[in-house]
Design a protein around this ligand. Structure first.
Ligand code: 13P
Ligand code: SF4
Length: 309
């Protein structure tokens, strides 16, 4: 009897399916993927694939971005309910009122938002390229940045730009406890703290390195230190540990009332290996985007991909 992983690998070859997985997916899913990466890397892969079907092992906005880039391909997601607190924080009707109230502003949106929000944007960015994208806008042009206020504050601190921020946040990165992080650091004073910029300012202030999930993996690979406290979703530890098997990686601790001791994204973890297999077998649930929204959302995504070269 073949294992579920073997059946998935066999079926994806037969159907010419590419499996794109984010670092926050469970380890078994990452192991069957053709490409594992951060949001920017996944968008780049989605833009260049020649597969017939894209199976996106991530959350809804990521699969939607792949569909916007590939309107003629079938894009499937193991669980359609795999959402994102940032995307949910930004309803299109309210956001439209906000942008209409500031017509002189350039609208830069973090990729963690719906297709409707992207359609209202001038440029999209990810945590890998946010600073570069903001700096590409002429200094005298005012900017709206949405939906992540924590990433927005971080960009302001790095670029000195005065941006109007939407009040959204990532529940996973806001779950880190500063007190517990300091306690762990006191136990491991030889560790370097690394953090994702969706984290709150007081967490970022403790970090030796701040960057996207791919940036964090590169940092632990290239930095000579042997111990790191990692402040992002705990799923990243799977690939990170494979890259640096001899180094010690400690997940940053979450607040008392959190569902797990570290910080896990409940949306990302809605995808399971069994759901991925069912999705591959039945080619459903499928992602669809109305054509008028897709065309408008494609423009700021393409701008981002151009500026990221
Ligand atoms: P990156 O992988 O682009 O750093 O994004 C992190 C994240 O929260 C994705 O939802
Ligand atoms: Fe959204 Fe945060 Fe989960 Fe990423 S980790 S999908 S930003 S809720």
């Amino acid at each position: 009897m073949k294992s579920l992983k073997e059946q998935i690998i066999e079926l994806k070859k037969k159907k010419n399916v590419v499996i794109l997985a984010h670092y926050y997916q469970e380890a078994d899913i990452q192991d069957v993927a053709d490409y594992v990466g951060d949001s920017l890397g996944l968008s780049i892969e989605a833009a260049k694939t020649d597969a017939d079907i894209i199976l996106f092992a991530g959350v809804h906005f990521m699969a939607e971005t792949a569909k916007i880039l590939n309107p003629t391909k079938k894009v499937i997601l193991p669980d359609l309910k795999a959402g994102c607190s940032l995307a949910e924080s930004c309803p299109p009707d309210l956001f439209k009122k906000f942008t209409d109230a500031h017509p002189d502003h350039i609208v830069i949106t973090y990729v963690n938002c719906s297709a409707e929000i992207k359609a209202l944007s001038d440029i999209v960015c990810t945590s890998s390229n946010a600073i570069k994208i903001v700096e590409s806008v002429p200094k005298d042009t005012p900017i709206i940045f949405a939906p992540d206020k924590n990433l927005g504050k971080y960009i302001i601190s790095k670029t000195g730009r005065d941006m109007l921020l939407w009040d959204g946040s990532c529940v996973v990165h806001e779950a880190f406890s500063l007190d517990k992080l300091i306690a762990v650091y006191k136990e491991h004073p030889d560790a370097k703290i690394i953090a994702h910029p969706e984290s709150e300012t007081h967490i970022l202030e403790t970090a030796a390195y701040i960057g996207s999930t791919s940036g964090m993996i590169d940092y632990v690979k290239t930095n000579p230190n042997h111990k790191f406290i990692v402040a992002t979703e705990a799923g990243i530890l799977h690939k990170m540990q494979q890259e640096v098997p001899h180094k010690i990686l400690i997940p940053a601790p979450a607040k008392e009332n959190n569902t797990c001791a570290c910080s896990e994204c409940g949306y990302m973890k809605m995808n399971t290996l069994q759901k991925l297999y069912n999705c591959l077998l039945h080619e459903t649930p499928e992602i669809t985007v109305p054509e008028n929204i897709r065309k408008r959302a494609l423009v700021p995504i393409k701008r981002m991909l151009e500026l990221s070269k």
